[in-house]
Design a protein around this ligand. Structure first.
Ligand SMILES: *[C@@H]1O[C@H](CO)[C@@H](O)[C@H](O)[C@H]1NC(C)=O
Ligand SMILES: *[C@@H]1O[C@H](CO)[C@@H](O)[C@H](O)[C@H]1NC(C)=O
Length: 354
C-alpha cells in the first residue's frame, strides 16, 4: 500500500515537472517558422563587439548605448562594461566611449537597462544605468557632460526592493520605476522561479522618500518605458510574451490598462519620440542565449507596435535574422527614418527604414 502511494506521488511529481518543462520551453521559444527579413541598407556598426544591450535616443539624435552586460546564466562579456555615445545626425555615425568621472569604480561596471531624464530646471541630461557590480543590483545616476563626452557619476542607488533590476525608466532627478526580473538572486532559485512559473517579477517605484512595489506577477519583468506623453508605463514580460500597459498616477501608483500578447520574446522597449510607436528588440530563442553555442547562435527580431492603446494595435515585424548577422537582439530604436538594433552580448546594426 505504501509502495503504491510512493509510486503515485512520484508519478504525479514527474508529470508536474514534465508539464512545467513543456511550459518553460514554450516560454523560452516561439514556435513559428522564422522568415528572415531586413530593411534597406543594413550595416553592422563598427566598434561594437561586446553587446549593446540597451539604447536610448534623445529627440536631438544622440544615442546612448550600454555595452558589456554581465548577467547570471549568460556567457561573460568580452570587454569591461562601458557607455557609448553615437550621434545619429552624422552621415556615418561612430560610437565613442563616454569617459566616466566622479570616482566611479569602472572595474565592476556591468551596465544593463538605461534611461534618460532631461531636467526642465537646469536643462541638464541625467543618465540612469542599471548596474550589476556584484550579485545584487544598483542604479547609477550620471550627469551627461556633452562637451567633454563624459558622464559625471552623481549617485549609486541601492535598496532591498531593487534586488534584481533589469531596466529602469526615470521620472525625476532621483526617481524612477524599475523592473525586477526575478525575486531570487542565485542561479538555482532563478531557475526554479522560471520552472515553476511563480511570477515573482515586479515593478518598483523608487524615490529617496519612498520605495514601493507598484505592479507584480511578472514571469520575467524586462524592458520598461513610458509613453511619449508620459501618461502610461509599458512593461515587458519576456516569458509571458506580453507588454502590460499601466496608467501612471501622481502618487506613482500604476493601474493596469491592458495586456498585449505577442508571438515573440521582447526584451527592451524604445518609444519613438515623434510617433509614439513602440519598438522592441526580441529573442526568437532565449534558450540559445542562455546556453550559448557559437554553431547555433541565438537569432534576432525587431517589431514595431503602433497605437497600443487602441482596440487593434498594429504589430509589424521589421527585422528577423537567424543569428548569421545579428545574435540576441535586445533593443531597437528609431530616429529620423533610421533603425538601430542592439544585442545582449554581440554587435549592433544600423538600417534605413524607408
Ligand atoms: C494613488 O492615486 C490613484 C489615482 O488617483 C488612487 O486610485 C490610488 O488609491 C492612490 N494610491 C495610494 C496608495 O494613495
Ligand atoms: C542562417 O541563414 C543563412 C541563410 O540566410 C544560412 O546560410 C545559415 O546556415 C543559417 N544559419 C543557421 C545557424 O541556421
Amino acid at each position: 500500500m505504501r509502495k503504491l502511494l510512493v509510486v503515485t506521488v512520484v508519478g504525479i511529481l514527474a508529470a508536474l515537472v514534465g508539464e512545467r518543462v513543456v511550459r518553460l520551453r514554450q516560454a523560452f521559444l516561439i514556435s513559428r517558422e522564422i522568415e528572415q527579413m531586413e530593411p534597406a541598407n543594413c550595416q553592422i556598426i563598427k566598434g561594437i563587439e561586446g553587446g549593446s544591450e540597451d539604447i536610448e535616443i534623445l529627440p536631438s539624435g544622440l544615442a546612448f548605448i550600454s555595452s558589456g552586460l554581465k548577467y547570471p546564466g549568460l556567457v561573460s562579456p568580452v570587454k569591461l562594461g562601458e557607455m557609448l555615445l553615437m550621434d545619429l545626425n552624422e552621415e556615418d555615425p561612430k560610437p565613442v566611449t563616454l569617459r566616466i568621472s566622479g570616482g566611479f569604480d569602472l572595474d565592476s561596471f556591468h551596465p544593463h537597462g538605461i534611461s534618460l531624464y532631461k531636467d526642465a530646471k537646469d536643462d541638464a541630461l541625467y543618465v540612469f544605468v542599471v548596474n550589476h557590480p556584484k550579485i545584487s543590483t544598483t542604479v547609477e545616476i550620471f550627469k551627461f557632460q556633452e562637451d567633454e563626452k563624459a558622464l559625471l557619476h552623481l549617485k549609486t542607488v541601492e535598496h532591498e526592493l531593487l534586488h534584481s533590476v533589469n531596466d529602469v525608466v526615470a521620472v525625476g532627478l532621483d526617481s524612477f520605476y524599475a523592473t525586477n526580473d526575478h525575486y531570487c538572486l542565485n542561479d538555482i532559485g532563478r531557475a526554479l522561479e522560471s520552472l515553476l512559473g511563480l511570477g515573482w517579477g515586479n515593478v518598483v517605484h523608487y524615490s529617496p522618500k519612498e520605495v514601493k512595489e507598484v505592479a507584480a506577477g511578472f514571469h520575467f519583468a524586462n524592458g520598461i518605458s513610458m509613453s511619449h506623453d508620459n501618461k502610461y508605463v509599458f512593461v515587458v514580460d519576456l516569458f509571458a510574451h506580453s507588454i502590460s500597459v499601466f496608467e501612471k498616477h501622481a502618487n506613482w501608483s500604476l493601474s493596469p490598462v491592458k495586456v498585449l500578447q505577442l508571438d515573440t520574446l521582447m526584451d527592451n522597449l524604445c518609444v519613438d519620440h515623434k510617433t509614439g510607436d513602440i519598438w522592441s528588440g526580441c529573442h526568437i530563442d532565449a534558450w540559445k542565449l542562455f546556453y550559448f553555442d557559437p554553431e547555433y547562435p541565438p537569432g534576432s527580431e525587431v517589431i514595431r507596435v503602433q497605437n497600443i492603446l487602441s482596440e487593434n494595435p498594429i504589430v509589424t515585424r521589421v527585422y528577423s535574422n537567424n543569428g548569421s548577422v545579428l545574435q540576441g537582439s535586445s533593443v531597437a530604436c528609431v530616429h529620423d527614418g533610421r533603425l538601430i538594433v542592439g544585442t545582449v552580448l554581440h554587435k549592433a546594426l544600423y538600417c534605413d527604414l524607408d
